[in-house]
Design a binder for this molecule. Structure first.
Ligand code: GLU
Length: 489
């Protein structure tokens, strides 16, 4: 690529960062990194009613969490700012002046009622329902006088006579053609002086020297209008790449109706940013026909627009969860502890300041847990019994195990053999427990179940011998003794 690549992600802070937006951001970021280019973050906050600073903050924090660092944008000045559209009024005013000088715009004095009436008339007769260009015929002097007298007006872009169809090469969709007769003289500046999306976007993208516009194909129909604005401004055209939508399993565009739709919903549900990036990167792009686990460096080294699919991708929550599990399982104990410690501290199980001194213990726990969870939010319920002072035995487990004939005898023997151990390793615990069936005549299954329920409170938990070792001799024995006699109460 000859020119340095400059791409942008331009979210509107009318909500938080949703999954579709995150994928667009990932593709822009990966494309910039792949070509040693610049990733610009621009906040399209022109919708004053729906844009909020909280939404902007949430978007920045979600992007950071995903690891998508931007080179220019809020909190990263790169000489092309400001990076908030509401702070760029001077640019839009300058651009309007340029268009006036080039005779590429004209003021429109039509009222909303007049516009509605002409649209309805056109619809009724089946003719073009776009702006009928009534004000284009007003001569310049008359228009100047009306403006000077304070008459409300918008500014419309003059589609050049005989412009012909707008045709462009989309880097994903190939040649895209928009018929000339559906291009109307659209409004670039509203009567309150603010720019419309199509105009602001082009002014900004041109000033920010954006070379590739990678965005959702919900913007495809805006592209011919934007191309006309580039032409009117005399600015070089960027390459457009429109990404197909992400669908829910029902074939409808992914939205809140399908459940979690924002990036932070996934963060809060215990997903890892690297797994989410991996999953979303593959939702419309592929490395080859088979690779499913691709870390960020591999993505960056290989990302290209020509492997982006034209077809809609279907969001598969189960596959994402599976992938998250793969990332969790593939971590070293140290890496897993780094993720687990904050979860434990959020759950009130382990104070943050205690984590370093219990690191070795946490590293022993790590492989037991990482193999059994697909999401970080599954960790706390699974390990609570190792942190609590005492456990409450759940009703079903009590009825099924502790109240069984022979359970008390087994528990008594378990407490005794454990108490006699000097070395409380999983192996020693195992040997001790395996001696109990023979010594007591209680079936091994009940012995192990009784031990498990007594120490963890439930019939499902982490592996027994390791759990006891992690819990330590004192607490293990105390819990087993506490469980004795529970069937008599
Ligand atoms: N602010 C627009 C959006 O969030 C940006 C569209 C574009 O990339 O041009 O949809």
């Amino acid at each position: 690529m000859s020119d340095p690549v400059r791409v942008r992600f331009a979210p509107s802070p009318t909500g938080h960062l949703h999954i579709g937006g995150a994928r667009t951001a990932i593709y822009n970021w990966a494309f910039a990194r792949r070509h040693g280019g610049t990733f610009v973050l621009r906040i399209d906050d022109t919708d004053a009613e729906r844009s909020t600073p909280e939404n902007t903050a949430a978007i920045l924090s979600a992007l950071r969490w995903l690891g998508l660092d931007w080179d220019e944008g809020p909190e990263a000045d790169g000489g092309h700012g400001p990076y908030f559209q509401t702070q760029r009024a001077a640019s839009y005013a300058r651009a309007l002046e340029r268009l006036k000088t080039a005779d590429a715009v004209y003021p429109c004095f039509c009222s909303a009622e007049e516009l509605t009436a002409s649209r309805e008339a056109a619809r009724a007769t089946g003719t073009f329902a776009g702006y009928p260009r009534s004000c284009r015929a007003i001569d310049a002097d008359a228009a100047t006088t009306r403006i000077a007298s304070g008459e409300p007006h918008t500014w419309r872009l003059k589609v050049p006579e005989g412009r012909g169809d707008v045709v462009f090469e989309d880097a994903v969709r190939g040649t895209s053609t928009f018929a000339a007769d559906v291009l109307d003289d659209y409004i670039v500046i509203r009567s309150d002086g603010t720019p419309t999306y199509n105009f602001a976007t082009v002014v900004d993208d041109a000033e920010m020297e954006i070379t590739h516009i990678i965005r959702g194909d919900d913007h495809l129909s805006n592209t011919p209008r934007q191309i006309l604005a580039y032409e009117a401004l005399g600015a070089p055209l960027p390459t457009f790449a429109h990404l197909s939508m992400i669908w829910g399993p029902d074939g409808k565009r992914l939205s809140k109706r399908h459940g979690a739709a924002n990036v932070e919903d996934y963060r809060d549900a215990g997903y890892l940013p690297e797994a989410l990036v991996n999953y979303l990167a593959l939702l419309g792009w592929s490395l080859d026909d088979k690779t499913t686990i691709i870390d960020a460096p591999t993505l960056v080294a290989n990302f290209s627009l020509d492997r982006v699919s034209k077809n809609p991708a279907v969001f598969d929550a189960e596959k994402l969860e599976w992938m998250n599990g793969v990332y969790l399982r593939d971590m070293t104990a140290e890496e897993f502890v780094d993720r687990m410690a904050p979860v434990l501290s959020d759950a009130g199980l382990l104070a943050e300041e205690d984590a370093p001194e219990r690191r070795e213990w946490l590293c022993e726990l790590a492989p037991l847990v990482s193999e059994r969870v697909k999401r970080l939010d599954e960790i706390a319920p699974m390990v609570t019994f190792l942190f609590a002072d005492t456990v409450t035995i759940d009703e079903a487990a009590r009825a099924k195990v502790i109240e069984k004939e022979g359970a008390d005898v087994a528990l008594e023997a378990i407490a005794n053999v454990l108490e006699a151990l000097d070395d409380f390793t999983p192996e020693a615990v195992e040997t001790a427990l395996r001696s109990v069936p023979e010594a007591t005549g209680v079936k091994p299954k009940l012995v192990f179940q009784a031990a498990r329920v007594a120490v963890s409170g439930s019939t499902v938990s982490l592996p027994l011998f390791e759990s006891l070792a992690l819990l330590g001799k004192e607490r293990s024995v105390a819990r087993v003794r506490d469980a004795i006699g529970e069937n008599h109460t």
